[in-house]
Ligand binder design. Sequence first.
Ligand code: M6R
Length: 608
Amino acid sequence: MCGIVGYIGLRQAAPVLLDGLAKLEYRGYDSAGIAVYDGKDINITKSKGRLQVLCELTHDGEKLPGHVGIGHTRWATHGEPNDVNSHPHFNESRSIVVVHNGIIENYASIKAKLIEKGYNFVSETDTEVIAHMLDYYYKGDPLEAIRKVMHRAEGAYALGIIFKEKPDMLYAVRKDSPLIVGKAADGNIIASDVPAVLKYTRDVCFIQNGEIAVLSKEDIKFCTIDAEDIQKEFTKIEWDVNAADKCGYEHYMLKEMFEQPEVIKDTLGSFFEDDRIVIPGVSITDEEIKKISKIYIVACGSAYHTGVTAKYVYEGMARIPVEVDLASEFRYRDPLLDKDSLVIIVSQSGETADSKAALEEAKRRGVRTLGIVNAIGSSIARDADDVVYTLAGLEIAVATTKAYSAQLIAHYMIALKFGLIRGEISEEEASDYIKDLKKLPDQVEMLLNNREKIQHFATRYAAAKDVFFIGRGIDYAISLEASLKLKEISYIHSEAYAAGELKHGTISLIEDGTLVAAVLTQEELYKKTMNNIVEVKTRGAFVLSVTNEGNTEIEKISDYNIYIPQTNKYFTNSLAIIPLQLFAYYVSVGKGFDVDKPRNLAKSVTVE
Ligand code: M6R
């Protein structure tokens, strides 16, 4: 989604803006622009395409001198990606300039009224109404104008605003779209996400809904939409300085895949205090855990897929019934939530619009909520009753890998703790589970190090037109994620099917040479899925199988086989997904695609 950066301080603003936007590229964008105030005029340069174009047009910012400015990477929603629709946007007299992340839902009616009042629009964007509305309400007091706009605009927005009449001020506003403020020694910064400010400061404040930040060179003040002054705390960001660098890897995705052993170890470690299992930072009592009647896992994309696996784990270990819902469905389906149910919202970014709305829906119905979130201080982390942080660190590649792996670990450990508290697991069983969990980092590392075989296979199959992933139980959940990984970065059509469902329709698509990837890690279902492999082989499929070490019988029917080390049946997802992530990655590399920034996709989907 769009990225915002703003700077006011002693430095030249333009290079800081360009640098910050580069750190937000991972969010996905199709155009970019910056506006810098030189004390006399506000000058804008913007363009469709990569940030590199903007750097060239501005000579790396030199062409736009000035110490206050705002920048934007746009992911088009209203109006095609072109120079005119790119941000920043001016009012007609070019005295107010705005960048915006989010969607102004009632922009059409506002636009119609502004046109009636004589305003002329140059772009097709919803954002331009903000610039004109600010102009309409501005009578010398920017805060008053901003508040009026906030009362009028519906939808989600984070805004960065400069008023020509206030050369020493930068304004930032948030409602439902992320925005942070960073306090540096030589100036102050706003941004959609932490990586954009890390080069300048680690002191960061998360702006909340309905809050306004007023930045000058030396100072940052906060107030609410209702004109109440507020004091806000700054958080020290402890991320590794290399978090936003590729560190020699060709792509962020590859780097992040290789970080998985560490991420699994860290996330796992956070669930132990002196060898005692804890759910870190969670206030839910043992009595409340015993009373949970049902768990709803609600999320989008890969986070949802972790829920599909987790259903088996919570039901198996803690004997609590689980429903897994896509957040975009849950929020509108009028769910029947028992007062003793627990809604678990899973999200890497903590800002996914549908997941946030689902959380609000659950809270409105008075049900206890728990967030499994990666981004510290994000909306879901703040708004859920309890939050468990996954310790994946900054994830930049649009296709998630390490955050997904960390989410799985969080589910395993919560299920284990719930199982213990509810008396469904004995201490002895728990210690066996823990032994297996502690082996996962080394096992994942081993799979990553043995990547040549899958790399070789990916090179051969980069030209595939359709790929079908099949599996049963947890293997079906793994298939869902493997299929999503492949399609999002390689643009190959792929589908995941519960292996037993194939013959109810989809098998008609299997023809000579169709690639079928079968996942067989659940021993009790191994023979069943083998039968399904035979069915697709009979119709000409070429079969890649991912199965447990020792299942060599597979070699009689499957064409290409990848073995994963032995682990408990609940944890196989953490291992089997590794070669399948690598497969997607190497196919995308083989096709010459932009692995980290696949077309049409954004890292955090902050609009519905
Ligand atoms: O930030 P979230 O975990 O809430 O994001 C959910 C999905 O948008 C995300 O998992 C998406 O499907 C990824 N691109 C998958 O790689």
